[in-house]
Design a protein. Structure first.
Ligand SMILES: [Zn+2]
Length: 119
């Protein structure tokens, strides 16, 4: 089976990869045939934020609670702010659980997201 140049139409020698008459590359010859490029740009990424805090309850601002706790923690102000009235009263009468509750709450608040939710 003879090959013919797709550019100039002349018969090509067996196994030629370039036409000797015009210099065009011969389609289908082993030497120059480019491997088929399979482009797979299908995007299977699914953005699922596992760190998302479920938006249930009352949204509170971390820094409001933090500074309430820092300055008025002995009155239980941050507990009242979070709507935890019972704990607030307890803090009010015990001086923030004898200051231990204040310290624990300050540390706990620091690790909360800026907007956290109180169920
Ligand atoms: Zn040719």
């Amino acid at each position: 089976m003879a090959n013919y140049c797709s550019n100039c139409g002349k018969q090509l020698p067996e196994g030629a990869s370039v036409c000797p008459s015009c210099g065009a590359r011969v389609a289908g010859s082993a030497g120059v045939q480019a491997a088929p490029v399979i482009v797979n740009i299908e995007n299977n990424n699914t953005n699922s934020n596992v760190n998302a805090v479920p938006a249930v309850g009352r949204q509170k601002n971390k820094w409001v609670a933090f500074f309430l706790c820092l300055f008025l923690g002995f009155l239980g102000a941050h507990k009242f702010y979070e709507g935890k009235v019972g704990m607030g009263i307890l803090y009010l009468f015990t001086g923030g659980l004898f200051a231990i509750g204040i310290i624990v709450d300050l540390i706990t608040l620091l690790f909360k997201p800026t907007h956290y939710f109180v169920p």
